[in-house]
Design a protein around this ligand. Structure first.
Ligand code: PRP
Ligand code: GLN
Ligand code: MG
Length: 505
């Protein structure tokens, strides 16, 4: 999952963008970038790495201007090459720069369209660069040199007509301002807020509300599915619904894993939804495991902490933090390669022997995806002396690939794909295993906003909300992005793709 942020201010914005990116770092650890506008010129710095490593003082000094956007990347299309770090830039019309969270599902079609209809060449394999060029081409159709808000909204409407998939997007247009828009299903989150200053109102858009909190912006609201927000360089705000048939289908996995608990997405508190997940799963455990002989409930840090505490309370069993998390190792699931993910679990988590020795422990995680974490953690618990190791997942079995911005392209890499409970339990080495039911998960998250009639839940049930995903699409995606193919593509991209507009060192 990537993270995006954008700001229109009355004084330099680079520090607020940096701070905003730092608090949404959990959405992407691979690359980071900021672009600002000063004197009608883009100032860009982007590279592979964490926010703290990509931006040094010399870069921050270069990022002048009162308007800018930023991105943290977790690659889900193309390669991990720094040439595909964001924001991307197109020189025509006006000079546009764009950052994208999500994944387009008709990228091949769009690539042909952009060449044949717009005669534009896109040199990387990134779907986000395609999105930028489609948007740029549509803006080019405006009649007058000076763009109006209506011209911008018409361009977004045309983007919605052409592009399929998930896209929460923020873009800068030189001489005009900042545009943010969300796909017509609202799959990826996007919020905006305001901050009053002596010089006037400032605005920020971000993937998660926590970025607004960190930068002292007051939350205004979520950008609606299909809606676009346009803020001019001098701070006038316009908004318009640009999709014909928008529906509200946020990705449920944001609540399970991706988002920070202190964020609110589409009026639903991520923390509250995790507590509800704990209540529901606790009830299921009490219902289904009649010979309840659990001595202690232990979370697998960090995302499952709130869920495990609630399960412990529900079952009236002690809760202990039996694993210590190394604060210098990031999230393992969003690391780009399986080898690195596997190595990182032991570097990240270590057991406190006293909490395991001679006890029946219930380990709780938010989800089991590839099984990388659960398998190693259960072994660690046994090595620490646990008598019995039970395992609970706050999400149902993940059985289907994701095509909307979570890098799970290959069904065969998912431990629950084509397997039933007993097989999965045996594979991860647990004494007992339990998964949340999908209806309970939907209910736990949906409690916060009764207007959401359907979440994007494809990884659990194989129903893709955009209705354009079939077997052959998934086969192609698998061939292109399974572990081996990705490694190969990354190697090739590093050696071939040296032509890109990266900010210099
Ligand atoms: O079955 P797997 O493929 O291992 O994926 C699931 C695990 O990965 C995530 O943790 P991660 O380390 O990414 O981050 P966290 O610290 O936020 O829990 C998630 O919370 C699970 O623990
Ligand atoms: N996770 C995301 O949102 C990724 C955005 C885009 N598809 C990329 O790979 O850069
Ligand atoms: Mg985890």
């Amino acid at each position: 999952m990537c993270g995006i942020v954008g700001m229109v201010g009355h004084s330099p914005v680079s520090q607020a963008l940096y701070d905003g990116l730092t608090v949404i770092q959990h959405r992407g650890q691979d690359a980071a970038g900021i672009v600002t506008i000063s004197d009608n010129t883009f100032r860009l710095r982007k590279a592979n790495g964490l926010v703290k490593d990509v931006f040094h003082t010399r870069h921050m000094l270069r990022l002048q201007g009162n308007i800018g956007i930023g991105h943290v990347r977790y690659p889900t299309a193309g390669t991990s090459s720094s040439s595909e770090a964001q924001p991307f830039y197109a020189n025509s019309p006006y000079g546009i720069s764009l950052a994208h969270n999500g994944n387009l599902t008709n990228a091949d079609e769009l690539k042909s369209w952009i060449f044949n209809k717009a005669r534009r060449h896109v040199n990387t394999t990134s779907d986000s660069e395609l999105l930028l060029n489609i948007f740029a081409h549509q803006l080019q159709q405006a009649k007058n040199l000076e763009l109006t808000a209506e011209d911008i909204f018409n361009a977004v409407a045309e983007v919605h007509n052409l592009v399929r998939g998930a896209y929460a997007t923020v873009a800068l247009i030189i001489g005009h301002g900042m545009v943010a828009f969300r796909d017509p299903h609202g799959i990826r989150p996007l919020v905006f807020g305001k901050r009053e200053t002596e010089k006037g109102m400032e605005y920020m858009v971000a993937s998660e509300s926590v970025a607004l909190d960190a930068c002292d912006f007051e939350f205004i609201r979520d950008v609606a599915p299909g809606e676009a927000i346009y803020i001019t360089e001098d701070g006038q705000l316009f908004s318009s619904q640009c999709a014909q048939n928008p529906t509200y289908n946020p990705c449920i996995f944001e609540f399970v894993y991706f988002a920070r608990p202190d964020s609110t997405i589409d009026k639903m508190s991520v923390y509250a939804s995790r507590v509800e997940m704990g209540t529901a799963l606790g009830k299921k455990i009490a219902r289904e495991w009649d010979d309840l002989d659990i001595d202690v409930v232990i979370p697998i840090p960090e995302t499952s902490n709130d869920i495990a505490l609630q399960i412990a309370q529900q079952l009236d069993i002690p809760y202990r933090q039996g694993f210590v998390k190394n604060r210098y190792v990031g999230r393992t699931f969003i690391m780009p390669g399986q080898a690195e993910r596997k190595k990182s679990v032991k570097r990240k988590l270590n057991a406190i022997t006293q909490e395991f020795k001679g006890k029946n422990v219930l380990l709780v995680d938010d989800s089991i995806v590839r099984g990388t974490t659960s398998e190693q953690i259960i072994e660690m618990a046994r090595n620490a002396g646990a008598k019995k190791v039970y395992f609970a997942s706050a999400a149902p079995e993940v059985r289907f690939p994701n095509v909307y911005g979570i890098d799970m392209p290959s069904a065969t890499e998912l431990i629950a794909h084509g397997r039933e409970l007993e097989d999965i339990c045996e594979l991860i080495g647990a004494d007992k295993l339990i998964f949340q039911d999908l209806a309970d998960l939907v209910n736990a998250v949906g409690k916060g906003n009764k207007d959401i009639k359907a979440f994007e839940t494809s990884v659990f049930n194989g129903t893709y909300i955009t209705n354009d995903i079939d077997h052959s699409y998934l086969e192609k995606l698998d061939a292109m992005r399974n572990n081996e193919s990705k490694e190969q593509a990354d190697k090739e991209a590093d050696s071939i793709l040296d032509l890109h507009n990266e900010g210099s060192d």
